[in-house]
Each structure stands twice: as C-alpha cells, then as structure tokens.
Design a protein around this ligand. Structure first.
Ligand code: KG4
Ligand code: ZN
Length: 347
C-alpha cells in the first residue's frame, strides 16, 4: 500500500491534542498530548484551559507524530481535522492549524465529524467496516446508536441520550464516590473488587418509556439513584461500600447499553456491532458486549482502549477513507462547528 494516501488527522474537540497519521487503512502513529491533569482539580474540562493547552501542544505534537512515523509533512496527501462537535475554542485551534497546514502544503483539507471518526477508527484496527454497521458511540458528551451504511457520507441516528451521556454519568457518579476526574477509569478499576449487589434503575427499558424511546438512553435517574443511596448510607452513619456501588452502577449502565445495541442490530438486520468512544474502554462493557453478541450471533468490533478515547488516529482514519472514496474536500473557509450533527460526516 505504498501508494495509498498518507493522511494526517488533528483532533482538538475536548482536552486531548491528538495527531495521527494513517496510510490508507494502516495506522502509522497516534501522538497525544493531554491537558486532563490541568482540569482534574476543577472536576471537569475548563474550555479556556483546554484551548490554551491545544495551542501550546499543537506544533510539538505534529512534529512528534512525523518523527515517530518517519514521514515528512511534504509527503502528506491530505490533512483531516475534527470540525465538530466539541468545545468551540478547542475545535478552533485544530481547525485553524489544519487549514494552515493544508494551505502551506497545497493538499486537500477534510473537516470531519468527531463522532463518525470514533466509528471510522476501527478500520485501522480491524479492517474495512461492514456496510451497514450498527455503531454505538459512548463518550463523555454522547451516547448514540447509529446505523452506518457508509461512514464517509451516510450515518443515521437511531437514538441517543435524552439527558446525560454515559461517560458523564460515570464522571458524576465517580464524584459522588469521591473518585478523581475523569471518573470512568476509576469506576472501572474499583468495580473489579466490587459485587453487583444493588439493583439500580435501568432507564427507558420498560413499558411506555421503552415504546417511546426504543433506542434512546437516559442516565440521569441512575445517577440520582446512586447519589440517594450513598447519602442514605452516610446519614445512617454506615461506611459506603464504594467498590460495590461502582460495580452495581457500572452493571446498570452496561446492561442498558448492550441490551439496546443488540436490539437495534436485530431490528435492523445488521450482523455487526461496533462500539466506540471513551466509555468503550470500560472492561465490563467490553466483556458484556462480547458475551451478548456471541449469544446473538453478532460480530462485535471494539478498538483497543487507547483508540476508544479521543485521539488523532481516528480523524486520520476517517480522512483517509474520504480520500480513498473520492469524497470532495472541505473548503478552507469551513468553521469549527461546536454542535455539528452526527448525521453530517464532513463539513
Ligand atoms: O471519547 P472521550 O475520550 O471524550 C469525549 O468525546 O467525550 O470520552 C471520555 C469519557 C469520560 O467521561 C471518561 O470518564 C470515559 O470516557 N471513560 C470511561 C473509561 N475510560 C474513559 N468510562 C468508563 N470506563 C472506562 N474505562
Ligand atoms: Zn470523543
């Protein structure tokens, strides 16, 4: 594949400055600089801090990516960048950098959707995506079930969260349990020593709620239920069994996610499920999805944890698909679109 397109992808929608380089469907490098530690003491990502960190990290991260991959910027065939959705100021740093690179190198620019990139990254991990694929995207900002006939231009939303995203629920529950931000990995770790002994609610899974919101999610009731349970323990002067609460909460989230994803596969006659986004790094979600997909005869594809959380490889992966499929490049005047809809794959 020496003549396959060489594409550099830039991701700055949240707190990771990601620069990935892909040749065709082969990942050459995934360089990351994270500002997560700077946000931890605030208990959430501070947009201004994230934007400044992207500015500082951009050039060194691009240089590191090129050095590691052994490529020169002059070798690039295209530049791809997350055009949205995400934090406006953070996105702007990536979009401006990508425009400058594309203009200086005289190569096409592909402004792409962050959510479609979370799906496309699996191509560099497990090969071409079956068409259609059913994708479940679970991150700090999104929880969506998508029908994906073609990740470069046809992504359809079947349902999404009506309140908190799955990752947001992990982060909020972690806070209630006194665990650091971002809470997902800490809950995952604590839950390994815990027992699933508390029956927390599974939102939108029964009766009229399920009828009306078949492929939608709701995690805010679950978060409130965990808070109340913990408060009741504290009010009674009893110790909070953090590992058991973490395991029981995690079980409730993964149960709902996998149940609805498999139902969506069945009802749309799709034999492949792809899971992406930061929460797809969760060990219990990965194990439960595998068990339930095996039982349902569905092929499961989940990238390695480092490619589930935000990174530049995913943007390069989608950019390379755009080039391979001959999709038109973006205009150099494209804006950073903080609320870019999931159905809009490219800007
Ligand atoms: O995709 P991502 O890196 O950024 C967004 O686009 O939002 O996802 C970040 C989210 C955070 O809420 C984080 O707590 C969650 O992914 N996360 C996890 C795990 N690793 C990251 N949640 C559960 N278990 C994990 N192992
Ligand atoms: Zn993401």
């Amino acid at each position: 594949m020496a003549d396959a397109p060489l594409v550099l992808g830039i991701e700055t929608s949240c707190d990771e400055t990601g620069v990935g380089i892909v040749r065709g469907e082969t990942l050459l490098v995934d360089a990351i600089a994270s500002s997560v530690d700077e946000h931890a003491r605030f208990g959430g990502v501070v947009p201004e801090v994230a934007s400044r960190a992207h500015l500082e990290a951009m050039v060194p991260t691009i240089e590191r990516a090129c050095t590691t991959a052994g490529v020169s910027l002059r070798d690039l065939d295209a530049v791809a960048v997350t055009a949205g959705p995400g934090l406006a100021g953070a996105l702007m740093v990536g979009v401006a950098s990508a425009k400058a690179l594309a203009l200086a190198l005289g190569v096409p620019l592909h402004g792409v959707n962050h959510l479609a990139s979370h799906v496309a990254v699996d191509i560099v991990e497990h090969g071409p995506l079956p068409e259609p694929t059913l994708a479940m995207l679970v991150s700090g900002g999104h929880s969506s079930l998508l029908l994906v006939p073609d990740v470069t231009h046809d992504v359809r939303s079947l349902g999404s969260t009506i309140d908190d995203a799955a990752g947001e629920a992990f982060d909020k529950v972690a806070r209630v349990l006194g665990l650091p931000f971002p809470g997902g990995p800490h809950i995952d770790r604590m839950a390994r020593d815990g027992r699933v002994v508390i029956d927390f609610p599974r939102g939108l899974t029964t009766g009229r709620d399920m009828e009306r919101h078949r492929f939608d999610f709701s995690f805010s009731g679950l978060k409130t239920a965990v808070s109340r349970w913990v408060q009741a323990k504290e009010a009674a002067g009893e110790p909070v069994p953090v590992a058991d609460v973490a395991a029981s909460f995690q079980e409730a989230v993964t149960d709902v996610l996998t149940r609805k994803a498999i139902l969506a596969c069945r009802e749309h006659g799709v034999g492949h499920l792809q899971i992406g986004g930061g929460v797809a790094a969760n060990s219990r979600l990965r194990a439960m999805a595998q068990e339930r997909c095996d039982a349902a005869g569905i092929e499961l594809r989940v990238p390695r944890p480092g490619l589930c959380t935000d990174n530049g490889a995913m943007v390069a992966a989608l950019g390379a698909q755009m080039v391979l499929k001959g999709r038109p490049p973006s205009d150099l005047s494209i804006p950073a679109d903080s609320s870019m809809p999931v159905t809009e794959v490219s800007a």
